[in-house]
Design a protein around this ligand. Structure first.
Ligand code: IMP
Length: 202
C-alpha cells in the first residue's frame, strides 16, 4: 500500500520528477489537490526560510502534514547569486527564458562558470520540522542546449555528467545526479525510519 504525502507545490515539473523517483512507493498530492489556491509568499532570505514558509502555510491553513522544497542556483563568480532569487532573477514574471538570458549575460565570456544547484526540503510531520538538503555541482554553459526538464536546465552542465546539459538528459539521467533527487532520497530515508512507514496515511 502506497503512503500518501502532500507536496506543497503546483510546479508540474517538480511533481513529475518526484513521481518518477518515488511514484512506485508514494502517492503525492499537490497544492491544487488539497484545494490550496493561494499564492504562498516566498519572501525568505534563505532557501531554508522559503521551504519552511511554504510548508507552514499548508499546515496552518489546511491542517495537513506536508513537505515543501525550495531550490536555488548558486554561481561562484557571482558571489552565490542568484541563490534565493533564482526564480525571479530575470524579473517578476519568473520566466525561464528571461532568467537564463540574464544569467548568461551576467557571466558574459567569463571562464569561471562554476555553479551549484541546491534544494532544501522542509517536512512538517507530527508537529516536528525536518530539513533535508541536496546539491549538484556543475557549470553554466555559454549557450542553452536541450529541450527536456525546466528552468535553468538548458544552461546547467553537471560535473558528474558527460558534458550534456540537464535539458539534454532523460528524466532518469537527471534524477541520477540532481540536487532535488538527492534531497528527496534523504526525505525517503527519513520516512522509512518512521513508525508509520508501512501504513497509508489519509
Ligand atoms: P523554486 O524552488 O520553485 O522557487 O525554483 C527556483 C527557480 O529555480 C525557478 O526558476 C525554477 O525554474 C528553477 N529550478 C528549480 N529546480 C530546477 C531544476 O531542477 N532545474 C532547473 N531549474 C530549476
Amino acid at each position: 500500500m502506497k503512503q500518501q504525502l502532500v507536496f506543497a507545490t503546483n510546479n508540474p515539473h517538480k511533481i513529475a520528477e518526484i513521481q518518477k523517483q518515488l511514484g512506485d512507493r508514494y502517492t503525492f498530492r499537490s497544492l491544487a489537490d488539497i484545494g490550496c489556491t493561494a499564492e504562498i509568499p516566498e519572501t525568505g532570505r534563505t532557501l531554508e526560510d522559503n521551504a519552511r514558509m511554504k510548508a507552514r502555510f499548508v499546515l496552518d491553513n489546511h491542517c495537513q502534514d506536508c513537505f515543501s522544497e525550495d531550490t536555488g542556483l548558486e554561481v561562484l563568480a557571482l558571489n552565490g547569486a542568484p541563490g534565493v532569487d533564482t526564480a525571479h532573477y530575470g524579473g517578476p514574471q519568473r520566466d525561464a527564458e528571461t532568467n537564463n538570458t540574464k544569467l548568461l549575460s551576467d557571466l558574459g565570456d567569463r571562464k569561471d562558470r562554476l555553479a551549484c544547484f541546491r534544494t532544501v526540503i522542509c517536512l512538517l510531520k507530527d508537529g516536528q520540522e525536518h530539513l533535508f538538503e541536496g546539491k549538484c555541482e556543475g557549470r553554466i554553459a555559454t549557450f542553452p542546449t536541450g529541450h527536456e526538464g525546466f528552468g535553468y536546465d538548458p544552461i546547467f552542465i553537471p560535473t558528474e555528467g558527460d558534458g550534456r546539459s540537464f535539458a539534454q538528459m532523460t528524466a532518469d539521467e537527471k534524477i541520477g545526479m540532481s540536487h532535488r533527487a538527492r534531497a528527496i532520497a534523504q526525505l525517503e530515508a527519513f520516512l522509512k525510519m518512521q513508525p508509520d512507514a508501512a501504513r497509508p496515511t489519509a
